[in-house]
Write a protein of this length. Structure first.
Length: 397
């Protein structure tokens, strides 16, 4: 899940500030758009957030059409349906507003604006690699996150479920040009995020940062972004969860999610997200952030013997002191236990809270699917079936 391990890219220009949603019409007009498709779920319309976008568009003289069929786990056929509407309406701009599902759906639609369907032909294709399909750039694109977790507004890829929602999640990599891409982060629209979503999304961002630091591809620039994300999440996630209208806390968490997004889109992820993607594919009722939070402690412990210096750095960012002379494995357990304690204090629901049982999760079949998941290619060492089953078992506790 990266472009080039030797090249660190800040892929997306960013506007970040309170009230900035009012500028969306002006900005997409400057990007050359005259008519846009707004990609969102029905709930955002009911909350009045979509109206803030349309008011800004109309003030700027931009025509618009709405695609409100976003699902929690967007699939290829959904993106193709949105693309068909976009082509029918002759749009030249896209606004994805919502969580990662909405923004990833918008990315799928964008990829198909100037490239032929089906979307499945682009799964796993990473722009610039030999042998990959080289897609043409899409249209003017603005991502507006309403959660602080996925970092999708900052990443070069989107996560889409294959086979109309029946298959596994795979990455698509739309070809980016800075002149056609913008992340617009407005903490004002995050204040209505409910408690459960706040903590699960926040732990997704935490997982992005930690996995970006401990995988096979990690580097010093990624570490800098990830470390700041970890420090910020540890300090401000509890505040944002308990005080949902605290604008400073929401601003900090939005910034942390963006930092973690920059880190992992360059440096990759590993066993934690492999496991989370497969758990979510098998048990759709478990939100992605909860999957990530549940497997994160064991993910740290998995990486400890390979990346001991990174475990020390993560501990520092979390404010944890590891006694001198502590073994690498023990250091990993200290950090893993601190994350377990963080999950518990935040009240993050465990995988078992969603009706998932040991017998249904800790199987050779699921472990093999995780072992062969694309994210597992960047694990700090090749995971064994036994290691994966131990990680799955730990996620239920």
């Amino acid at each position: 899940m990266y472009y080039d391990p030797k090249l660190f890219e800040y892929l997306v220009p960013i506007m970040e500030g309170s009230g900035y949603i009012s500028f969306v019409g002006e900005r997409i007009k400057k990007m050359g758009a005259t008519k846009v498709i707004i990609v969102h779920d029905k709930n955002l319309k009911e909350l009045g957030i979509v109206d803030k976008v349309t008011d800004s568009l109309e003030a700027a003289g931009i025509k618009w059409v709405s695609f409100d069929k976003v699902l929690p786990n967007p699939h290829d056929q959904l993106c193709e349906e949105g693309s068909a509407l976009a082509h029918k309406e002759k749009v030249d701009g896209i606004i994805g507003i919502g969580g990662g599902s909405a923004i990833d759906t918008a990315k799928g639609i964008d990829l198909l604006m100037n490239n032929p369907p089906p979307l499945s032909r682009y799964f796993g294709q990473i722009t610039g690699r030999a042998g990959d399909i080289q897609p043409e750039p899409g249209v003017a694109f603005i991502a507006i996150p309403t959660t602080s977790g996925t970092g999708s507004e900052m990443t070069g890829m989107g996560t889409i479920t294959m086979d109309g929602g029946k298959g596994e999640k795979r990455a698509i990599w739309p070809k980016l040009t800075h002149s056609k891409r913008l992340a617009l982060i407005d903490p004002d629209i995050l204040t209505g995020m409910p408690y459960g979503l706040t903590v699960s999304a926040g732990m997704d961002a935490m997982a992005h940062a930690i996995e970006a630091m401990t995988n096979l591809i990690q580097g010093p620039m990624g570490d800098s972004f990830a470390m700041e994300a970890i420090r910020t999440i540890v300090k401000w996630l509890p505040v944002a969860a308990k005080e949902p209208t605290n604008l400073k806390a929401r601003t900090k968490m939005a910034h942390a999610a963006a930092l973690a997004g920059v880190a992992f889109t360059n440096c990759g992820l590993h066993i934690g997200h492999s496991a989370a993607e497969i758990i979510g594919a098998v048990y759709h009722q478990v939100p992605h952030g909860n999957c990530c939070a549940a497997v994160l402690p064991a993910t740290v412990e998995f990486a400890a013997k390979d990346k001991p210096e990174k475990i020390q750095m993560i501990a520092e960012a979390m404010g944890i002191e590891i006694p001198e002379g502590t073994s690498d494995e023990a250091a990993g357990r200290i950090v893993g236990d601190a994350i377990r304690d963080m999950n518990k204090k935040l009240g993050v629901k465990k995988v078992s809270d969603f009706g998932v049982t040991y017998e249904g999760l800790v199987t050779d079949e699921i472990a093999e699917r995780i072992r062969t998941n694309p994210s597992s290619k960047t694990c700090p060492h090749p995971p064994t079936i036994e290691e994966i089953k131990a990680l799955l078992a730990d996620s239920l506790k």
